[in-house]
Design a binder for this molecule. Structure first.
Ligand code: NAI
Length: 347
């Protein structure tokens, strides 16, 4: 049986890093049928739609997507494709594990943090209008339904995976109604999970606390915009944006993508680190129940970092994106006794 997966290569470094992830996935021996679609500016040129209906239909059919980053124009232009896809498919839970890999020099070793970010509302929705020239309003939508749903997702994950603590991150001292509602929902859900310690921290203090001592946190639960910002802060604990994977999960489908963006400054040079997308692909394999294949990739990835001779430039190496993927595949195939496949066979 082949898994049908919707593949969105994305913009900038997206095609390079997703190609690396696809090659690594195929080297597990599992079979995949990729339904590949562009989204964003490139899709518009071809289909006159930023999210082509063929892409929507594909995700509805496959239920699983692997996605590269898609660029969003700043202060004008079309609305974020990423936000639109999350809303369209009600991918309400954004799950981002922050974990070190071996031998990457960072300020803090052995970080193991999980960010659970509400993915469909909040200030991040970009619902804005001009009231009169010189005055704009941006609406922060917080609902009991979405806040309870994301809290339950976090606590259920904690229970199943034996995590010990959840902190809800907020600014309810200022946004008393909106963040206040988010907190009330988190507190109500927390009561049903007495084995998990529940705490609350204000978002600005959280940034300082994280930088001082990330070990004080276990899981962080928050609304959309705080989750976006704190994810990048936490990426710095584990080597940068090239390392942090993500999953956007809903009740009917899931899209896996790295935390990082399209990195236009390094696009098209074969120098981006594909680790974050490969780790996102690992989350996808676990979602599909393919634990053995996920472990195989994780072990090979760790070996690449342990041996250190095929690292990408963001962590002081000289290897290109594709060579890095070659190296993972070589380790995987040397474990299973199969001759390594050349990159061109997967182009
Ligand atoms: P970015 O994450 O693309 O880049 C920030 C910095 O991190 C850059 O210096 C970049 O070179 C570096 N970086 C990122 N990923 C890397 C990797 N895999 N390997 C090595 N270095 C890496 O953030 P930026 O520049 O703010 O955003 C660029 C574009 O990406 C924007 O249009 C933004 O809207 C979009 N974006 C898309 C996302 C998505 O599709 N989920 C998420 C975040 C941003």
């Amino acid at each position: 049986m082949a898994y049908k997966i919707t593949l969105i290569p994305g913009d900038g470094i997206g095609p390079e890093v997703t190609r690396a992830a696809v090659r690594v996935l195929e080297a597990t021996g599992l079979k995949f049928e990729w339904e590949t679609f562009q989204a964003g500016a490139e899709a518009y040129e071809k289909y006159h739609e930023y999210i082509p209906k063929e892409l929507i239909e594909s995700i509805e059919r496959t239920g699983v997507g692997l996605k590269g980053p898609v660029a969003t124009p700043i202060a004008g232009g079309f609305a974020s494709i990423n936000v639109a896809l999350r809303k369209k498919f009600e991918l309400y839970a954004n799950f981002r594990p922050i974990r070190n890999l071996p031998h990457i020099p960072t300020r803090y070793p052995d970080v193991d943090l999980i960010i659970v970010r509400e993915n469909t509302e909040g200030l991040y929705s970009g619902i804005e209008h001009e009231v009169v020239p010189g005055v704009v309003e941006s609406l922060k939508i917080i609902t009991e339904k979405a806040s309870t749903r994301i809290s339950r997702f976090a606590f259920e994950y904690a229970r199943k995976n034996k995590r010990k603590r959840i902190h809800a991150i907020h600014k309810a001292n200022i946004m008393k109604l909106s963040d206040g509602l988010f907190l009330r929902c988190s507190r109500n859900v927390a009561k049903e999970y007495p084995e998990i310690t529940y705490g609350e921290h204000i978002v600005d203090n959280t940034c300082m606390q994280l930088v001082m001592n990330p070990y004080q946190y276990d899981m962080l639960l928050m609304e959309n915009l705080y989750g976006d910002i704190i994810s990048d802060l936490c990426a710095a604990f584990v080597g940068g944006l090239g390392f942090v994977p993500g999953a956007n999960i809903g009740d009917h489908c899931a899209i896996f993508e790295a935390v990082h963006g399209s990195a236009p400054d390094i696009a098209g040079k074969n120098i981006a680190n594909p680790t974050a997308v490969i780790r996102s692909a690992l989350l996808m394999l676990r979602h599909l129940g393919e634990y053995e294949a996920a472990t195989k990739i994780r072990n090979a990835l760790e070996k690449v970092y342990r041996t250190r001779d095929k690292l990408t430039r963001d962590v002081g190496g000289k290897a290109g994106t594709s060579e890095f993927a070659d190296s993972i595949i070589e380790f995987m195939e040397s474990e299973s006794g199969v001759a390594p496949a050349a990159e061109t066979s997967h182009a």
